[in-house]
Each structure stands twice: as structure tokens, then as C-alpha cells.
Design a protein around this ligand. Structure first.
Ligand code: CS2
Ligand code: MN
Length: 357
């Protein structure tokens, strides 16, 4: 297991590489160029310069999160082939810079969504939350405004401003796209890209839908064990894997996350894990919590044990943290609570490992 920490380059982060270097056990970053629009090639020199910067800080750059997929690929438009060709060039450039794992998602139009970026918790901290009735009643401008107001002028992953002008039309486009059709578009992408994942020695981990149910009439198709099995069977290779995001999957109380960890990791199909916890206030309402099992609804010990016992040897990162100690940061991505999460997860891992001997 290798512990990594999400970080944005070029001043688009409140957390520094030297701070990350000082978190015990963290060996590298999961990073991306948020300013390169989806569909464009990531130039090799730009990637190499970033890798050198990361290496100089004493860290690795083996995980990229995310190389975003152009909307035309998700929509299955004829223009998709040119964007897929660019994606493959980016894969080659990343591989030549030593990258081993690419996390991406196939969520239409937008990535994750929360109705509240700052839900106050009883201990005085703040966490991101989701109220289904509130979310479902939002108009698009209100939704964008809510996300941007809480962003502290940092790019939110999946909410890069380049997406905004087309969002309304894109949402309309998907109203008549069924899950079956959407899976066909995913399959087309995988057939084109996976041979190159082999060639360039890259493991792919698709991120599940967050929240894992349909919203705003958009097809959401990767959110439970059955749909993940379908996804993995579209291209049956170890390169075609899952980013096991426990908080995203755990948002649906019907998902048995330790069982999913066991099933997919023992198939060798989990290159990357996002570990975080969520606390439900009703079946569809939740807020994020500290990483500890006792603070949320997920049994983090059982998840770590399932990964360990299944021979998991990929990358793990703490996912969204709470806002604690008055930190100002990108929502979910401050230093303090994620660092506590990283230490806690490694404590679980060490305990599971030693007690299994
Ligand atoms: C992340 C996602 O912040 C988050 O919720 O887990 O944005 C994730 O980076 C993407 O979905 C992966 O493509
Ligand atoms: Mn995640």
C-alpha cells in the first residue's frame, strides 16, 4: 500500500508540497492540471516539469487524478475520436514521466455534488453535506453559485469554470440518454484506450458517481456492486479498474462497502482507494465526517482489513476532510483533517497487517 495525498500545482492549492512531505507515511501526490481543458493533450514538458518539482520535494508523482474526459466522449458524438486520440497522447506523456495510475470519472456534465459545502458539526468543525430535497430543488445557476461561493477561489475538481457555459445544454442533452446507451459510450472509450493502458503500463481507476444515484435527470451508472461489475466486464483486463471511493459508495446505505472492497480488490481491479467516512441523517441525506469509524457510518477497520486480506497493493489517499482549526482551504481538501485521516488509515493498516501474521 502506498499512501498519497491530493494536491494541485501552480499555486492552485493552500497546501504545499513540503507540508505534505511531513505527513508520516505519505510518499507521493495525486495531482492534475486543472487548467488544461478536458480533451486537450497534456504536454510532455509540462508534465516533466511538474514531476521534477514533486521529486525535488521528496515525493512521488505516480498517481494522476484526474485526466478528465471530454463531454463529447461521454455523449458519444462523432467528434469523440479526436478527443480520444488526445487522451491517448496524454497517457503516453504521463507514462514517460513515471505515472502508474490514472483516476478519472464518467459522470456526465459535473463531477461530485454537495448541497452544503460547510455543514457545522457538533464539535465546532465543518464538513460538506448533501440534502436530497435541497439538491433536487436547485436551479443550475443556483447550483453553480453554491459551489463557487464556497470555493475560496480555488478550482473545485469537476467544477472547472470551463464547464459552465455548456452546462445547461449538456444537462438537457442527457435527459433522454438511458443507462444502456451511456454504458455503450463508456465501452467505446474503454475499447479505444485500454490497449494503450497495457502498452504504457497504466492502471485506470474509474471513480464512482458521487452521490451514487441519478440527479438532475443525468444518467448515473456506476454506484453499486452490480453496476461496477457491469463496468468492469466492459473490458475484462486488470488495467480497467475501480477507484474505490468509500465515501461516494457509502453515501448509499444499501452499499456494503467492505464487501465491495473485498470483491473488487481480490479480482485485482482496485488500483486506487479514496478512504473517507460519511454520516447519514436520513437515507438520502448525509454529511461527511472525520475518518474514524466512530464518527461516521462506515466501518473503516473492516474496509482496510478487506483490502489488506485481498492482497491490495495499490495507492490509498485520505479523501475529503472536515474544516478544522480555522483552516481556510479548498472545501474537503485542507491539510489538517486529511493528515489526521492519513495517520489513522496507516494505523489501521499496521494493526491489520501485524495481527494477520
Ligand atoms: C473527488 C472527485 O473531490 C472529490 O470528490 O473524489 O472529484 C474525483 O477526483 C473525481 O471524480 C475523479 O475523477
Ligand atoms: Mn473520491
Amino acid at each position: 500500500m502506498k499512501m498519497v495525498f491530493r494536491w494541485w500545482p501552480n499555486g492552485d492549492d493552500t497546501v504545499t508540497l513540503s507540508q505534505i512531505r511531513q505527513i508520516p507515511g505519505v510518499s507521493g501526490v495525486a495531482t492534475m492540471f486543472a487548467d488544461i481543458p478536458a480533451g486537450e493533450v497534456w504536454p510532455k514538458e509540462t508534465i516533466l516539469a511538474l514531476r521534477d518539482e514533486v521529486h525535488e520535494a521528496g515525493l512521488q508523482m505516480e498517481v494522476i487524478e484526474s485526466v478528465n474526459i471530454h463531454e463529447d466522449i461521454k455523449k458519444g458524438l462523432p467528434t469523440r475520436d479526436a478527443y480520444i486520440a488526445n487522451y491517448i497522447t496524454t497517457m503516453k506523456n504521463l507514462s514517460e514521466a513515471g505515472v502508474k495510475c490514472i483516476c478519472y470519472n464518467f459522470m456526465p456534465v459535473m463531477d461530485w455534488f454537495r448541497s452544503n459545502l460547510e455543514t457545522p458539526l457538533s464539535d465546532g468543525s465543518f464538513a460538506m453535506g448533501y440534502e436530497h430535497a435541497k439538491a433536487a430543488g436547485l436551479t443550475l445557476p443556483k447550483m453553480i453559485a453554491a459551489m463557487m461561493d464556497g470555493s475560496h477561489d480555488l478550482t473545485l475538481p469537476g467544477w472547472e469554470p470551463e464547464r459552465f457555459p455548456a452546462m445547461a445544454k449538456d444537462i438537457e442533452f442527457y435527459q433522454n440518454v438511458s443507462a444502456e446507451e451511456y454504458f455503450k459510450n463508456i465501452s467505446y472509450f474503454l475499447s479505444a484506450v485500454m490497449p494503450y493502458a497495457e502498452e504504457y503500463d497504466l492502471d485506470f481507476g474509474v471513480h464512482p458517481d458521487d452521490p451514487p444515484w441519478p440527479l438532475f435527470g443525468l444518467p448515473k451508472v456506476i454506484g453499486n456492486a452490480e453496476s461496477i461489475r457491469t463496468f468492469l466486464s466492459l473490458h475484462d483486463s486488470k488495467r480497467n479498474g475501480l477507484t474505490l471511493c468509500t465515501g461516494s459508495l457509502g453515501a448509499n446505505p444499501e452499499n456494503d462497502v467492505p464487501a465491495m472492497a473485498r470483491e473488487f480488490a481480490s479480482m485485482g481491479r482496485v488500483p486506487f482507494v479514496h478512504l473517507r467516512n460519511v454520516k447519514h441523517t436520513s437515507e438520502r441525506d448525509f454529511h461527511e465526517s472525520a475518518h474514524l469509524s466512530s464518527d461516521g457510518d462506515l466501518d473503516m477497520y473492516a474496509i482496510v482489513a478487506a483490502l489488506h486480506d485481498s492482497g491490495f497493493d495499490g495507492y490509498i489517499r485520505p479523501d475529503h476532510g472536515r474544516r478544522i482549526w480555522d483552516e481556510v482551504s479548498r472545501p474537503g481538501y485542507g491539510l489538517y483533517d486529511r493528515a489526521l485521516g492519513a495517520a489513522y488509515i496507516q494505523g489501521l493498516w499496521e494493526a491489520v497487517e501485524k495481527s494477520s501474521k
